[in-house]
Unconditional design. Structure first.
Length: 112
């Protein structure tokens, strides 16, 4: 990813926590999202994978933080709720592939 797109990968506080921890702690997932939106140096947020937990983070998602810190936001599947939160906060987001499904699972980018 860093070599292909010339991006610096930033891990948030809970990025490397277990899937079990994340599934039991929607506020931790929302905190990571708010941390990413609040980071003035971060220009793009790319979700690692879809899933169903995005709807559970909504009560902990601060639309005001998103609105005053617009970023390129990429996600699909379960992140649709977060995409709509971006829309409600008046920023453009993109329904796209995730990092794991679109790139890692295939061993890299498709040649096309």
């Amino acid at each position: 990813m860093p070599e292909t797109f010339k991006l610096e990968v930033v891990e948030n506080t809970h990025t490397l926590r277990s899937a079990d921890f994340i599934s039991k702690n929607p506020q931790a997932q929302a905190d990571d999202l708010m941390e990413a939106f609040s980071d003035k140096l971060m220009k793009t947020i790319i979700f690692n994978i879809g899933g169903e937990s995005s709807s559970r983070t909504l009560p902990y998602t601060d639309l005001a933080v998103i609105k005053v810190n617009p970023k390129i936001f990429l996600g699909f599947s379960g992140t649709i709720i977060t995409l709509f939160a971006c829309y409600k906060a008046s920023i453009t987001s993109f329904h796209s592939t995730s990092l794991l499904v679109g790139f890692a699972k295939n061993g890299g980018m498709h040649s096309y």
